[in-house]
Design a protein. Structure first.
Length: 317
């Protein structure tokens, strides 16, 4: 039996590990031994080791070290539980940022409003200077018209005129009418946009409102006055000749021309005493309109304009 077993062992093929010698890229020989194959085992292809450079080897070592590094928890990790002091600090920082932003915006708005108030003040002063000149001129002109109408009325009532040239000269003022055109563009812009609040001075705000009110009242009075002149203008056309009146309305003529004119007689359309008396009454009514306009509208508006200009100039200093 021992002989048969020995025969069987001799008959079985003996597997020896395959030895393969391979040269590396550096010129050294490398011996690779392949393990013996077992029966029933699927043959596998030999592993091929590519030529790795020094840089590839270093990268491989870094990746290996990174994989084996210990992961530490960051203090602000998502799962990190904050202390109440951290919440308080974050709240304080957020509040401080909002508060400083509010202060910066408030300061910027204050600078912008101050600049706009400065521009509005300059524009208002310019408009008020023009309005003041108009108001002062209107006061003088209306006062002169009232004096001329008073003289015409006395000539008609007392019938003491010497020539019809005197009636023509003073009668031409029945057609004169003066209407103020205020420069209120700046005030209207401030009212529509709320720009009056930029001054931050209640006194200036009240003075602007008061001046605007007086100008509006003056315009209402002038409209009513204009409507009341319709009858006087029609009556003047019935008494005087238009071509002769037009020759007197040339303001470029010297004063001597009017002196010579009043010394002559010129034909009237009619010298009807009834129409002349009616004209005298209308002159008296016109004088009342003018007196009220000067005392209650023009002079108060001029006074208000001058005060407002003085206050605005103080604001600019």
């Amino acid at each position: 039996m021992e002989q048969s077993q020995n025969k069987d062992e001799k008959l079985q093929p003996q597997t020896t590990p395959a030895v393969e010698e391979k040269k590396t890229s550096l010129g050294f020989s490398e011996t690779i031994s392949n393990p013996p194959k077992q029966e029933g085992e699927t043959p596998t292809l030999p592993l091929q080791s590519p030529n790795l450079s020094t840089e590839d080897l270093s990268n491989t070592d870094l990746e290996h070290k990174a994989d084996t590094m210990e992961v530490q928890k960051h203090p602000h990790h998502v799962m990190h539980k904050k202390k109440w002091g951290e919440y308080l600090l974050e709240f304080f920082m957020l509040f401080l940022a909002v508060f400083l932003g509010f202060l910066a915006e408030n300061y910027r708005e204050h600078v912008v409003e101050k600049e706009r108030a400065h521009q509005y003040a300059l524009q208002l002063i310019s408009d008020l200077q023009t309005d003041s000149a108009q108001l002062d001129s209107s006061i003088l002109l209306n006062a002169m018209i009232s004096r001329k109408l008073d003289t015409l009325r006395r000539f008609i009532d007392q019938k003491n005129y010497i020539t019809t040239g005197q009636l023509y000269y003073y009668g031409r003022f029945t057609t004169w009418y003066n209407r103020l055109t205020p420069n209120d563009a700046t005030i209207q812009q401030m009212k529509s946009s709320g720009g009056i609040r930029y001054f931050h001075n209640p006194r200036i705000e009240n003075m602007i409102s008061e001046y605007d009110r007086l100008i509006r009242r003056l315009q209402v009075h002038e409209t009513s006055e204009y409507n009341s002149l319709t009858e006087m203008w029609l009556l003047t056309g019935q008494i005087y000749r238009g071509d002769i009146l037009d020759s007197l309305n040339d303001l470029d003529k010297p004063g001597e021309y009017y002196s010579r004119f009043m010394q002559k007689d010129y034909p009237l359309v009619t010298a009807d005493p009834v129409l002349l008396e009616r004209l005298s009454n209308l002159c008296r009514a016109r004088q009342l309109w003018i007196r009220y306009k000067i005392d209650e509208n023009l002079k108060p508006a001029l006074k208000s304009a001058k005060k407002l200009m003085e206050q605005l100039k103080k604001e600019l200093k």
